[in-house]
Design a protein around this ligand. Structure first.
Ligand code: UN1
Length: 486
């Protein structure tokens, strides 16, 4: 590690300027905990208050900016992110631990998201309708929601911030952005790119730090009109309770316990590949991960054998080493949580394959992919989100039982099925109680131009992404005009 890197310090960005402050959090590489990327500001409640005030003050300027100005900023920023995909992908892999190809892909996706919403800024169309009264015209238009708190998790350090911030800006809102403490590096770069792309001061404010310190201001202030949050169910429910008295508009994306159904008629190669990527891609640290593999009897043993064989060949290593299939777990606390769930799964009667600590030359949080076989759907590992490289297998008799097990969860983010039967695929698409249904593709890894979100305990509020993002980020106005005297 070079001396330069050691001395890297990044401040919060409030009102367009570097904020003062003297509390810092080291940004540690989970592949090599001796590698400190830099020190990032740990904001206070008063920083958060200043950021809310700056966002409020700049709202008229941005809410009435031309769509062209908003489009240009987002488009320029998107171009820069795509151009710097190698460099930013390296930073992402280094601070979060997903592999370089995964990290680079996420950076490119973030750039594409910014450019997509740049285009959307120019398409904020409304409706003009004849009134039921003669001589009156009715117009339905969309105005910015206002000041929005964007609170993001550590597992997609640039794509999730991009898919919340880009539509917020496209529709004329101002933002206070609070990234997860573990991944301030990509967050800072994203804000820096956007400010250099021409965003006026105060439109996008960055408050890094602990949720305990800055969260109550960002979620409880009467000056905040909306909160877009992705993270745990517990935090989401706390935000729901704390923001209710202010009637703040909410968009909450929380956990998942996503089923992947594998039917007897599936192509075995497709089933194994879809399960591997869905369960263990990004170290399984995705709310869209396929964590419950619901497999019919006729293919169960062949599927488990083939999946195990592939899984045991996966190389778990430094996220930035060539040939690594799976990077480390994000930190020691998450690793302890993963291992706790593996112990519970074993105690409740599951048989564990893999799930071992792995030693590498550098000290990182390495865990090999884990498959728990012989489980039933009532076991803890099938009810609670682990958020690690852990999948369990539930054997079922037939499609009907598979569908019932798939739907028997308090969550409802996504679901998948691997089958060659059009009838089964069509039935599953209609009857799955999830917000997103995947047929013969992994449950994780979504497109950015279509809606994202789930049902039940997974999601609350309007959908994210694509054209649907405007439902959260705009207020509808219906105006009646009588041009002349009646
Ligand atoms: C994806 O699977 O492409 O936190 C995205 C998460 C989700 C994003 C998943 N909100 O894992």
């Amino acid at each position: 590690m070079s001396q330069d890197t050691r001395s890297l310090r990044r401040r919060n960005i409030i009102g367009g300027a570097d904020a003062s402050g003297d509390a810092w959090t080291p940004n540690v590489n989970p592949s090599d905990t001796s590698d400190v990327i830099g020190e990032y500001a740990r904001g206070s409640a008063s920083d958060a208050q200043e950021a809310v005030a700056a966002a409020r003050a700049s709202l008229p300027r941005w809410a009435f900016a031309t769509p062209q100005e908003r489009a240009d900023v987002l488009d320029r920023a998107g171009d820069e992110i795509v151009r710097r995909a190698d460099e930013l992908g390296d930073l992402l892999a280094r601070e979060e631990g997903k592999t370089l190809p995964e990290a680079r892909g996420e950076v490119v996706r973030a750039g594409q998201i910014l450019k997509f919403h740049g285009g959307q800024a120019l398409r904020n169309t409304g409706e003009v309708v004849d009134s039921i009264r003669p001589g009156v015209e009715v117009a339905v238009t969309r105005e910015p929601l206002g000041v929005v708190s964007v609170i993001t998790p550590w597992n997609f350090p640039i794509a999730i911030p991009a898919w919340k911030i880009a539509p917020a800006l496209a529709y004329g809102n101002t933002v206070i952005f609070k990234p997860a403490e573990l991944v301030p590096g990509c967050a800072w770069e994203l804000v820096d790119v956007l400010r250099r792309a021409g965003l006026p001061d105060g439109v996008l404010n960055l408050v890094m730090g602990s949720g305990r310190d800055v969260g109550p201001v960002l979620t409880g202030s009467p000056e905040v009109d909306g909160i877009s949050f992705t993270g745990s169910v517990a935090t989401g429910e706390q935000i729901l309770a704390e923001s209710a008295p202010q009637r703040t508009r909410l968009q909450l994306e929380m956990g998942g316990k996503n089923p992947l159904v594998v039917l007897d008629d599936a192509d075995l190669g497709v089933a194994v590949e879809v399960a591997l990527q869905g369960a263990f891609g990004s170290t399984g640290q995705r709310c869209t991960a396929s964590s419950r593999l619901v497999v019919t009897r006729g293919i169960h043993d062949r599927f488990v054998a083939a999946l195990t064989e592939q899984m045991l060949q996966w190389r778990v290593d430094d996220a930035r080493t060539d040939g690594t299939h799976m990077g480390p777990v994000v930190d020691a606390a998450q690793l302890a949580q993963d291992e706790r769930y593996l112990a519970i799964a074993r105690d409740e009667g599951g048989q564990l394959i893999g799930g071992d600590r792995v030693e590498r030359s550098a000290s990182g949080h390495y865990l090999s992919p884990a498959l728990v076989v012989g489980t039933d759907n009532s076991m803890t590992v099938n009810r609670e989100e682990v958020f690690g490289p852990v999948a369990s297998v539930v054997e079922v008799a037939d499609y009907e039982e598979a569908l019932a097990v798939a739907n028997a969860t308090e969550f409802g983010l996504c679901s998948g099925i691997v089958t060659t039967s059009l009838a089964a695929a069509s039935h599953f698409r209609r009857h799955s109680l999830a917000g997103m249904v995947m047929v013969n593709v992994p449950t994780a890894g979504v497109d950015y131009h279509v809606p994202f979100g789930g049902r039940r305990a997974s999601s609350y509020g309007p959908r994210e992404q694509g054209t649907y993002a405007k439902e959260f980020y705009t207020l509808v106005k219906t105006s009646y005009t009588a041009p002349g005297a009646p």
